[in-house]
Design a binder for this molecule. Structure first.
Ligand code: UD1
Length: 362
């Protein structure tokens, strides 16, 4: 058998991006293996996504778990350096911008293995964000760069990436959304969580919002103020749970706190929401396609196309309430055209490019 493509995944947002690429490789009969770093390991952060997205059981789980950035990245690198040579990858495929992605790029580059990066070239231009550092390093080391959005191409060129390595393929996270959209049941999800017809969904887990007591308190107060206009539900990511609860998140009237959800449950709730308030990257993209207004509680975004071609707006704790009121009164207008190539076929395009790339190397 020829040498396989090895997909490396580790954290929740990786799974939605990898599933369509794995499926496309299977359809093209490209030999492949799946390695899970174990950065996310629990039922609600990992297992449920493997089942719902029909990802195959990983060939290998490195079981690295949680830790500080250095501890987590180093543990992943150490385990990968041992495991990767045995898999004899023709190409290591990395997704997104999490610590597992960074560790994979550093190890493969030093072992002389070719690297593909899915979701290359996104930039917030804010290096206080750990993901921005991961993106820059991974893109500089990658051989094949798959871009979800046109502005990523000049971002990469400015950093010295040659245009021959860049492929604009669209957004595989949107492939997953389109594939499973028929299973989203907003009404059933709303009832299950005891929500009225009109409600909003909140997610909050960025270190900048949840790691310090002051920022957590400011975020909690701003979100609680919105409940005077709209009942909200917040599936709480384990990061920041303690800080947000200490900042008074619990016992706010009109705000339901629930555990993290699987993909279909969460997207069902989002698809029926009047408003989403988030600091996630992927949710900015998903609301853009679902046409649900999204207020992103961050000073910047690496996904500006969700503003120019979507439903996203950046807000601060001070502007959130007015922005929410504008959305709810219908005065906020969403951009008419969705981002180009967010059409459900990004995984197929990536698979075809892998096929051509492997053929030139055979
Ligand atoms: C990581 C990504 C972030 C992404 C997020 C999605 C990095 C640098 N950050 O952040 O870009 O938006 O995933 O969720 O890689 N935990 C559990 N169960 C799990 C996994 C984690 O309870 O299965 C808890 C642990 O207490 C852990 C904390 O969540 O310390 C944070 O996990 P970690 O992987 O360090 O980063 P995330 O905040 O999840």
């Amino acid at each position: 058998m020829s040498r396989p493509i090895v997909h490396l995944v580790g954290a929740r947002p990786n799974f939605m991006k990898a599933a369509p690429v794995v499926r496309a490789c299977r359809a093209l009969r490209i030999p492949q293996r799946l390695v899970h770093t174990g950065q996310h390991y629990s039922e609600t952060m990992s297992d449920v996504f493997f089942r719902e997205l029909e990802l195959p059981e990983p060939d290998l789980n490195l079981g690295v778990g949680s830790g500080s950035h250095a501890v987590q990245t180093a543990a992943t690198m150490t385990a990968l350096e041992r495991a990767l040579p045995g898999l004899e990858p023709a190409l290591l495929v990395l997704y997104g911008d999490v610590n597992s992605t960074l560790a994979g790029a550093l190890v493969a580059a030093k072992l002389g293995m070719p690297i593909a990066h899915v979701e290359a070239g996104l930039r917030s231009f804010d290096r206080s964000m750990p993901e921005e550092i991961n993106r820059i390093v991974v893109d500089i080391l990658a051989d094949l760069l798959f871009v979800t959005s046109p502005e990523a191409i000049p971002n990469l060129e400015r950093e010295g990436v040659h245009v021959d390595r860049i492929h604009f393929v669209g957004n595989p996270m949107i492939d997953t959304l389109m594939q499973l959209r028929a299973n989203f049941d907003a009404e059933a999800a709303r009832r299950r969580y005891g929500l009225p017809d009109r409600y909003g969904v909140v997610t909050l887990h960025r270190p900048s919002n949840v790691d310090s007591t002051e920022s957590a308190r400011a975020a909690v107060d701003a979100i609680a103020a919105v409940t005077s206009r709209l009942p909200l539900i917040i599936p709480l990511h384990p990061r920041g749970r303690a800080t947000l609860e200490a900042a008074g998140l619990t016992n706010r009237p009109g705000l339901s706190i629930v555990d993290p959800m699987g993909y279909v449950d969460f997207m069902s709730l989002v698809s029926g929401a009047a408003l989403v308030i988030t600091d996630s990257g992927g949710i900015q993209e998903e609301t853009t396609i679902l046409r649900v207004p999204c207020l992103t509680l961050r000073p910047n975004t690496e996904r500006p196309i969700t503003i120019t071609n979507g439903t996203n707006r950046l807000v601060t704790v001070d502007s959130l309430l007015d922005a929410a009121a504008a959305v709810l009164s219908g005065t906020t207008v969403a951009a008419p055209d969705p981002p180009p190539l967010w059409d459900g076929h990004a995984g197929d395009r990536i698979g075809s490019i892998f096929g051509e790339w492997l053929a030139t190397r055979a």
